[in-house]
Structures are given as C-alpha cells and as structure tokens.
Write a protein that binds this ligand. Structure first.
Ligand SMILES: CC(C)(COP(=O)(O)OP(=O)(O)OC[C@H]1O[C@@H](n2cnc3c(N)ncnc32)[C@H](O)[C@@H]1OP(=O)(O)O)[C@@H](O)C(=O)NCCC(=O)NCCS
Length: 389
C-alpha cells in the first residue's frame, strides 16, 4: 500500500450497490492500477444500516476472492471517530476518549467509544445499542461526568434537541457529522491496520451486527408502529405530584408508596432517578430510584402504573440499572422488599436476586410495622453487554 491516498465518496442509499463496482473500477483506473495490484481490500463492517453492511461485505468478499487478496475489517464507529478527528485534528489530543453516537433508527443509537493515543485509536467501549434517551440519562445529570466529553456521529445532527442538555454541562462535538464516515477516514484506518498486519481471510469478512434482529416482518413493523412508545428521562421536582399519584394507585396499600419527602430528599441527594413516560402524552408510567455506592448500587424504589403492569416495564428498568452497575463497575445490586409484596418478590426472584437477610420492623405497615427482605444480585462485569445506562 503506497502513501498516496485517492478517495471517492458516493452518496450511498438504495442505488449504492449498482454504482459501487463501476465507481471502484474508475478509481483504480484514475490511480493507474488494476485489480491484481491490490494488496488488501478494506470495508466498514458496521454497525450500521443492514442493507449497506451486506452490500459492503458481499462486494468486498467477491472482489477479494477475485483479486486473491486478504480483507481488512474496519469498525464503522471507529471510522466515524477518525472522520471527526480528521475534520478537527486540534480538537483531539492523545488520551482523549471520543464517543460515537450513530443514528440506529427506531429511537436507538449505535454507540462506541475510542481513545486516541496520538497515532491510532484504541477501543474504549465496543459497539452497543442504546436507547436514544441514554446519553442524556447517563451524562446529563452530572457535569463531572460530562465536562470534557467529546461526542461525534450523525445522531447529534439527526436529533439535536435530544442532546441539547449536554452542551451546557461541558460536552463538545468533535468535527461535523456526516451520514456515514468518509472514505478518507476508512483509508486512514485501513493503512494503520495494514501496517499492523491486521488482515483476515476473505471468509472472515463479516458484517458486525449489534441489533439482535435487524430485519422485521411487515407485521412486526406494524405492531411496533402501533405499540405505545415510551421515553425514559431524569425525574425532576416538577414530576413529584404525578409520580406520587401514579405510585399510590400502583401499590397494594398507599402506605407502601414513597412520600413527597422521600422524593425530594432523593433529588437533593443526587440519586439516580428516572421516569418512563408515554411518548405521545408525556404521562409518567413508571419510576425507578437508585443510590450509587462504592462498588455497589442500591435500588431504592421502583413502581409501575397499575394499568401498565405486567408489560415488562419493571424488568426493562432493572435492565437499565444492571447496565449502570456494569458501567460503574458495581458488582452488587441491593434492595429491600416487603415479604408481603408478592409481585415485587416474584419480579426480583425472576431477575436473579437472592435473599441475604431480613430487617425486623423496617417498613411502616397499615397495622404497625413490617419486616424487609434484603436481596442482592451479582452483576457480571465481564464480557460484552448491551449497556443501556
Ligand atoms: C412490582 C412492580 C414494580 C412490577 O412491575 P411490572 O412492570 O408489572 O413488572 P414486569 O411486567 O416487568 O414483570 C416482571 C416480573 O414480575 C412478576 N410479576 C409482574 N406482575 C405480576 C403479577 N401480577 N403477579 C405475579 N408476578 C408478577 C413476574 O415475575 C414477571 O415476570 P414475567 O412477566 O416473565 O412473568 C409493579 O407491580 C409495581 O409497581 N408495584 C407497586 C410498587 C411496588 O411494589 N414496587 C416494589 C417496591 S420493592
């Protein structure tokens, strides 16, 4: 691979597969090369749009087989980071971590984080699928976590309102978003990979899928379109009356519900407090409160509006909490629950919590006091996770 870089950017989209081969042919011709001169073929393996990934992968496979050369499999999110850095080289110094947020449609994001070491990128967090609300939920409440955060990717442009609260806290945008990383970024990554000898046999050139199931049937798409959509966001003081009303009605007995004081003091303490709302009406349908400790997190409260119970909302919120545990390297999640609260006990046991103790007379009850079961769940901090918080 020489040092002269010649690139061509095509618009992509539905016509891309028809244009790709003639365009590559033209690029080679302009460079005075033929297919047999190629040392390797590099492609962006994703995550990204399903059809685009398949086109890139299958064209690469076909050409590499024909040219009898190895393949360089590039991380598309890393290419987005590289693209942003190329546009704003002064905005990124060695040691900086750049978070890439790419629009994954369906209110979701492809997210990865990369550390710039001065000559190349190191993966700080491999590609994951996040809800669109996740960056603000994760970074939008603590300027210490947000200051100095470098963000890039097309989601910032696609959903500017959804990230607006991060900028006053000190997050910055690196480069200018494009729909996909430009060829120059892919070429730079490919050159570095080639220098490291990072090539694979053509049979191993595969798309990188992050979504478990990418293609949906028409019926599934219709069902999703009709399903009530929810938005998760941070709870604020203004939410307290609605949350109190929702929880009072959700609980077996009103004395089980949290009080105005409980919510206010939790907000003052800076606990992790999230509400899940109906996307169209904004109505709050669930609340979840947790307290960070050292190496552990304590679930303080979770409640789901009565008419929304049994739809997996509590489990989904717990899923966010597990991801937060992993993110904060907290290997234990603790909670207390009334033994009489059969639903909650069933939920926690189902979720893998185990009983580790009992606090006598811990809770107020309609007829005096009630014990609390202390439950704990181990959080596996290793391996790939679908972290959403
Ligand atoms: C406990 C509570 C949070 C569960 O919320 P939810 O959104 O209905 O729960 P999910 O739909 O996610 O259900 C998860 C699991 O909970 C259990 N569960 C839910 N509803 C149940 C019911 N009616 N009966 C028995 N178990 C039930 C099941 O194990 C269920 O798993 P499954 O659907 O695979 O069978 C909800 O009932 C609630 O808000 N209760 C009032 C407040 C409260 O008691 N909070 C707990 C404080 S410790």
């Amino acid at each position: 691979m020489g040092t002269a870089v010649q690139t061509l950017d095509l618009p992509g989209g539905a016509q891309a597969s028809a244009q790709l081969l003639p365009a590559l042919q033209g690029l080679l011709r302009d460079a005075g090369l033929t297919w047999s001169d190629l040392d390797a073929i590099a492609f962006g393996s994703g995550p990204g749009a399903f059809t685009g990934l398949r086109t890139a992968c299958s064209v690469t496979q076909g050409l590499a087989l024909g040219a009898d050369c190895p393949v360089i499999v590039l991380d598309t999110l890393m290419a987005v980071a590289e693209d942003a850095r190329q546009q704003a080289p002064q905005g990124c110094v060695p040691g900086d971590v750049v978070w890439v947020l790419q629009d994954a449609r369906m209110e979701e994001l492809y997210v990865g984080a990369f550390t710039w070491d001065g000559t190349d990128w190191q993966v700080a967090q491999a590609a994951q699928l996040w809800p669109l609300t996740e960056p603000v939920a994760r970074w939008g409440q603590d300027a210490r976590a947000t200051a100095g955060l470098h963000l890039c990717g097309n989601a910032l442009q696609a959903y500017p309102d959804r990230f607006a609260s991060l900028w006053p806290l000190g997050a910055t945008v690196l480069g200018e978003a494009t729909a996909a990383p430009r060829a120059g970024a892919l070429a730079a990554l490919a050159q570095r990979a080639w220098a490291r000898g990072d090539t694979v046999d053509v049979a191993l050139a595969l798309p990188r899928y992050v979504r478990d199931k990418v293609a949906q049937t028409t019926a599934e798409r219709r069902a999703i379109a009709q399903a009530p959509r929810h938005i998760d966001r941070l709870m604020t003081e203004a939410d307290i009356p609605a949350v109190l009303a929702m929880e009072q009605a959700a609980c077996v007995h009103p004395v089980h519900a949290w009080t105005d004081d409980n919510y206010r003091s939790s907000l003052r303490s800076g606990y992790w407090m999230r509400v899940r709302c109906e996307a169209d009406s904004g109505r709050i349908v669930a609340v979840c409160v947790a307290m960070d400790g050292v190496d552990e997190i304590h679930l303080l409260n979770i409640a789901v509006a009565r008419e929304h119970q049994g739809q997996g909302i509590a489990r989904a919120l717990l899923g966010l909490l597990y991801a937060r545990c992993r993110d904060r390297q907290a290997s234990l999640l603790w909670l207390e629950v009334r033994p009489s609260n059969e639903r909650a006990c069933a939920l926690y046991i189902r979720e893998g919590f185990v009983e580790v103790g009992r606090r006598k007379g811990y809770y107020p009850a309609p007829d005096g006091r009630e014990d609390a079961l202390v439950m704990r769940r181990n959080i596996d901090l290793g391996g790939a996770t679908r972290a959403v918080d």
